[in-house]
Design a protein around this ligand. Structure first.
Ligand code: NAP
Length: 346
């Protein structure tokens, strides 16, 4: 049975959710895909680095992280940075889940490039690496006979890139439109339920979906970087978040929300792009949608995209909130696992 050694650069919400998911799916991966795994390297920013090509004790690493302690005592090498973890881990696959850098994609691009050069598959949840490094990293992966996959970057665990890659070969994507930032969608849903903007932001911070500084979500940057990733990859046009015409949701008042409700409509932060010839026009902005729109019913952490292509009628991909479960990193971790199995089972 093929055995894969895995390196984690980033062991935050997503990295740790993936570590738990790999454990939960261990038997299923063995039975259905004939694959076994061990984690041989972990890098963090404040919780240290750990490497053991023979396999780290992941439960212990999770325990140390939860206690706020360093994972370094688990390491058999004295490693001091993320690239050293890659070099010493002997890993076959890198899971890159360091924080996103909207402006340059670094240091994630360096992480991905180094891993590909060493001969690893690279699987990332990091949108910056896709927006700023896609062409270089995809070409390097092809040269090395490895995969550079990033399904986790847009719509959490829901397949988007692989739908086009595997299911729609030779189709040309001409436009897309959708709700792709769950935090703002939860804020708008909470405001509909009577909360002020500040109370809704606090609610999101309380359930762990908004950061202490919520600007990246509420000002539309997260949606813009996702639009840039979709345009770059699926429309084959290099595009940055700065090229997206962007308006966040700070200007939406409770009165505007109530007025929309009175008209049977809702405010949504809508992301969209259209390609005409070689030109791409992309926006992120609050729009009122009515009941006829498929986005009207997307409440809370739900998200969705509709696509126009040259070969099909309108195609929509919707991910609804997991019933009874608060939003969390688990669907994103699942996207990383799915990319991993797709990379190694070919
Ligand atoms: N959370 C989600 O649901 C979600 C969904 C889609 C995509 N993403 C993307 O997934 C990535 C991870 O998100 P997250 O929520 O897991 O973030 P997070 O909780 O902040 O975790 C980031 C991790 O990266 C580590 N780190 C920081 N700088 C590093 C570096 N230079 N080298 C190696 N590790 C480094 C951090 O170390 P410490 O542990 O010491 O802080 C932490 O372990 C981000 O790019 C995010 O945009 C997240």
């Amino acid at each position: 049975m093929p055995h894969y050694r895995l390196a984690f650069l980033g062991f935050g919400n997503v990295g740790r959710a993936l570590a738990r998911l790999l454990e939960r799916k261990r038997v299923s991966m063995k039975v259905h895909y004939d694959v076994s795994v061990s984690v041989t390297g972990i890098a963090t920013r404040r919780h240290g680095y750990a490497v053991d090509p023979g396999g780290l004790d992941v439960q212990k690493a999770l325990g140390l992280w939860e206690l706020g302690e360093s994972i370094a005592p688990l390491s058999i090498f004295d490693v001091k940075d993320s690239l050293a973890v890659l070099h010493h881990s002997g890993a076959d696959v890198l899971f890159e889940t360091s924080p996103v850098n909207y402006d340059s994609g670094q240091p994630a691009i360096d992480h991905c490039r180094t891993a590909l050069q060493i001969g690893m598959h690279v699987i990332t949840a990091n949108k910056g690496a896709v927006v700023h490094g896609y062409r270089e990293l995809a070409a390097l992966a092809a040269t090395k006979g490895k995969r550079f996959l990033f399904e986790a970057t847009v719509l959490g665990g829901t397949p988007v890139f692989s739908v086009f890659r595997e299911g729609l070969p030779a189709a040309t994507l001409t436009a897309f439109r959708g709700v792709i930032n769950s935090t703002t969608n939860i804020i708008l849903s909470q405001m509909e339920a009577g909360k002020t903007f500040d109370e809704a932001v606090k609610y999101c911070q309380g359930i762990g979906v908004a950061e202490t500084d919520p600007s990246n979500d509420v000002d539309g940057w997260d949606a813009a970087v996702k639009v840039a990733a979709l345009v770059t990859v699926l429309m084959d046009t290099p595009f940055t978040p700065h090229q997206v015409r962007r308006t966040g949701i700070r200007g939406i008042t409770p009165a505007m929300i109530q007025e929309a409700r009175a008209q049977g409509r809702r405010w949504k932060l809508i992301a969209s792009a259209q390609k005409t010839g070689e030109a791409v026009h992309a926006t992120v902005e609050p729009q009122m949608v009515d009941k006829e729109s498929r986005f009207y019913a997307l409440q809370g952490g739900s998200s969705g995209l509709e696509f126009s292509t040259d070969v099909l009628g309108e195609l929509a991909i919707i991910e609804s909130d997991r019933e009874g479960l608060p939003p969390g990193p688990e669907p994103t971790a699942y996207a990383l696992l799915a990319d991993f199995l797709n990379a190694v089972r070919r």
